[in-house]
Design a protein around this ligand. Structure first.
Ligand code: 6CS
Length: 298
């Protein structure tokens, strides 16, 4: 040890130290004085969730992706998949925390929740901030608008071109981003907190079009039962997106454990049994990968 204090550059001394060190470690190991090999990162993160007894999931409240019943129970395709995977990993249940889409990643990073399972679509800018699971729910984009589509809106570009057209979309959501990217001025892109508010704003004429993914818009209008409204889907020129469960980057090992179970459920048919009653295609999620949707490894 003295040599190391002297910082000797004598190779003989330092190599002797190394040999002595190795013998000492072997001796200590034999006496069991060393702690067991540290658990893997996934084991650590999982152990914490098991101890907690539930996994805190970031959600919206946008059926059929996510839904919170009046009694507080959480359903929807994304939480149901997360609940099934986590159960197989030994974590009892999910506790939902409602968030605006634009606040989900900051909330995850601030440890308000353990994972986002909300239909948060994979896009390169989001993939830079989180560790996504493999794809789960895929969908195109849609418009809800007045029957007969009086402003003839079929794309986000059509909204940009019409100086009177106002679009409602979730704050920090994909549809807001697509409208802005298509050239709709900020003042004509109205942030809508949830589908019920979007429906009301459309019915009151405060917006001319409300945009969400296809299954969300159909769910909303089927329940609204309002014959003065109609759906335009898919929105011309908008991509089909897929979400994944979004973990903190430092929880990539937990994400990998989640992915292993998700792959088994996709192969066994259990995944399809959960998502397809909600209208999602299990095949669509199997046809693509996280790396494709992120534009590179995530
Ligand atoms: O990921 C998003 O940004 C979008 N995902 C869903 C399921 N609904 C709207 C939101 O903008």
């Amino acid at each position: 040890m003295a040599n190391s204090h002297k910082g000797t550059t004598d190779m003989t001394a330092s190599s002797k130290f190394r040999v002595l060190g190795a013998a000492a470690i072997a001796l200590l190991g034999a006496t069991g004085l060393f702690a067991a090999a540290p658990a893997s990162a996934a084991d650590d993160a999982l152990a914490k969730l098991k101890e907690q007894g539930f996994v805190r999931i970031g959600i919206a409240n946008e059926p059929p992706y996510t839904a919170v019943k009046p009694d507080g129970t959480v359903s929807g395709a994304a939480p149901d998949v997360a609940r099934a995977v986590m159960k197989k990993l030994g974590v009892g249940d999910v506790v939902g925390s409602i968030s605006e889409y634009g606040a989900m990643i900051p909330g995850l990073q601030a440890r308000r929740f353990d994972v986002v399972t909300a239909g948060l679509f994979m896009k390169p800018e989001r993939c830079r901030a989180v560790a996504y699971s493999q794809p789960i729910l895929c969908d195109a984009e849609a418009f809800a608008l007045k029957k007969g589509n009086p402003l003839k809106l079929a794309s986000y570009e059509d909204i940009a071109k019409n100086p009177n057209a106002k679009i409602g979309a979730p704050g920090g959501g994909t549809e807001e981003k697509l409208a802005l990217q298509a050239g709709v001025p900020r003042e004509r892109v109205i942030v809508v907190p949830d589908p019920q508010s979007g429906l009301k704003m459309l019915q009151d004429g405060r917006i001319d079009v409300y945009s969400l993914p296809v299954l969300s818009i159909h769910d909303l209008l089927n329940k609204a039962n309002d014959s003065s409204l109609e759906v335009v889907a898919p929105v011309k020129g908008a991509p089909v997106y897929c979400d994944g469960a979004a973990f903190r980057k430092q929880d990539a090992a937990l994400r990998d454990a989640f992915d292993k179970v998700l792959a088994e459920m996709k192969a066994s048919g259990e995944f399809a049994k959960i998502v397809e009653p909600y209208g999602f295609s299990a095949e669509a999620a199997k046809q693509t990968t996280r790396d494709e949707l992120c534009g590179g490894p995530n």
